[in-house]
Design a protein around this ligand. Structure first.
Ligand code: GLU
Length: 508
């Protein structure tokens, strides 16, 4: 048999912002697909109307674009297996659920919410605090297993609200080989009779994920570890529907853990510890609540992706900085770790700093331009191109560019007076008054020329150059930072330099 073309999918439910773990799932799918020359599909799993959140799908698309992880097939770009939104595939699922009923592996259940509640109360005990609709309960409920065929048919023909549930076998062991965890097995007795088709005719996630992975010819399904408990239901559905040989290879990816290693990293941890957990800013349309993203915190997508790739995978070489092309060529599921990966925000920032150092000015330009625009600092592209190489090694987050280099474009609003005043003197003041006058005729306006003129003037005044450099810096920049001061003067220009020195002299 010819090898099947690799096809993977990212199948998010549009319920809110995309968490780090979600993006890492996308990334591993993408890297695997590209590495294997396969297809990467985006499928929107929106069958749960109660959890649907306006704008969440667009947010997911925007995130993938920002990360540079664009799918080959999606609700927007289409593809040969569409539609790619489960709500638009609604009519496809019922026949499969009916097939399972006719095979005796699923059944109609007519229980009302009150009857379900009564069941839970009846079976509740210390040993069983949250009773499930399982083999024990099903025999006492109103379903096609306890009702006669005639009764069932009558209820169906009257349009009685009902769901279709899988009939979980009582004592079977379901096994499969997970690409990350190896052999896994489940005792079916611990899993309840999950609803497959809901009262509104929509499939649940469990039915839809299996039907769609089959119809879309998915060969490998990677998802977060939190889906592992659902895997036995899915494996049984593949088997019952007669598709066992086409079942994708599963990989359940380990969790991303809190910085202290205790438990899954949550949005709340980010709020508590002051770092983003989402890829991009997300505003919940229902509550208006805003959650910060890595993008808005000032991360480069290259750094974000690089950091995520290494949260749970490495190539064994010790290399930490990878381009996406390198990740694609080195990635393999065998090297994905079994254990959870601890998130470390300082390390995330380290990746960003390395990437800012690594990128060329023209690659950084769009991001830096945006950072300046966000702060309302007018800066030309030509000006930015000149200053980016001078300050980029000092920037960890993209917002640092405006702090490190904003003074190139706007005069300082205030001065670090504490750094100047204690050693300020009349002598220094007259030195600057004289030098600023000389600047008017200085030619050419270049850093080395400025420096020589400054040193000569200092010598004439009998003051050490070292004692004058800091005040000059504070005049031009406002504080004790920035690139070499004569280069700053050369860039901001003659008029601006003279203006800033004169203005500062009044404040010192
Ligand atoms: N819709 C599921 C989610 O929201 C997808 C799980 C899977 O990939 O099977 O994560």
């Amino acid at each position: 048999m010819p090898e099947k073309k690799v096809r993977v999918r990212f199948a998010p439910s549009p319920t809110g912002g995309l968490h780090l773990g979600g993006v890492r799932t996308v990334l591993y799918n993408y890297l695997f697909a590209r590495n294997m020359g396969g297809d990467f599909v985006l499928r929107i799993e929106d069958t749960d109307q109660n959890r649907f959140v306006e704008g969440a799908e667009q947010y997911i698309l925007d995130c993938l674009r920002w990360c540079g992880l664009e799918p080959d097939e999606s609700p927007v770009s289409g593809g040969p297996f569409g539609p790619y939104r489960q709500s638009e595939r609604k009519s496809m699922y019922r026949p499969y659920a009916e097939q399972l009923v006719s095979q005796g592996q699923a059944y109609y259940a007519f229980d009302t919410p009150e009857e379900l509640e009564a069941m839970r109360t009846r079976f509740k005990s210390d040993q069983n605090p949250s009773p499930q609709y399982d083999a024990k309960a099903r025999s006492r409920m109103r379903n096609s297993l306890t009702l006669s065929d005639t009764e069932t048919r009558a209820l169906l023909s009257q349009g009685t609200p009902h769901v279709i549930r899988i009939k979980m076998p009582e004592q079977e062991t379901v096994r499969f080989t997970d690409m990350v965890r190896g052999e896994v097995s489940f005792d079916t007795g611990t899993v309840d009779d999950k609803v497959l088709l809901k009262g509104d005719g929509m499939p649940t996630y469990h039915l839809a994920v299996v039907v769609d992975d089959y119809l879309m010819k998915i060969t490998h399904a990677f998802r977060g570890e939190e889906w592992l408990p659902s895997a036995p239901v899915h494996v049984l559905l593949w088997k019952y529907l007669g598709w066992e040989n086409d079942m994708p290879q599963w990989a359940h990816l380990p969790l991303i853990l809190k910085p202290d290693g205790h438990g899954k990293l949550s949005k709340r941890d980010g709020d508590r510890l002051g770092f983003p957990v989402f890829a991009m800013n997300w505003t919940d349309p229902r509550t208006g609540e805003q959650t910060e993203g890595f993008r808005e915190r000032g991360f480069l997508p290259q750094a974000f992706i690089n950091m995520l790739a290494l949260l749970g995978w490495n190539d064994g070489s010790g290399q930490e900085i990878f381009t996406i092309e390198e990740l694609v060529s080195r990635f393999s599921m065998e090297r994905v770790h079994k254990g959870g990966a601890r998130f470390d925000f300082e390390k995330a920032k380290w990746f960003n700093h390395e990437w800012i150092k690594k990128l060329h000015a023209e690659e950084l330009l769009p991001y830096v331009r945006k950072a300046f625009a966000d702060k309302g600092i007018p800066a030309t592209d030509a000006g930015l191109m000149r200053i980016i190489p001078m300050v980029k090694d000092r920037c960890t987050l993209l917002g640092d560019f405006t702090e490190q280099a904003g003074f190139f474009f706007i005069a300082p609003a205030g001065y670090d007076l504490a750094a100047v005043q204690p050693k300020w003197s009349e002598g220094k003041k007259s030195f600057f008054e004289e030098w600023v006058t000389a600047l008017a005729g200085l030619e050419p306006w270049e850093a080395p020329v400025l420096e020589t003129s400054f040193k000569e003037a200092a010598e004439r005044a009998g003051i050490k150059t070292g004692e004058l450099l800091l005040p000059l810096r504070i005049m031009l920049v406002g504080g004790k930072f920035g690139p070499p001061v004569f280069e700053i003067a050369a860039i901001i220009g003659r008029e601006e330099t003279i203006h800033r020195i004169r203005k500062a002299l009044q404040a010192f």
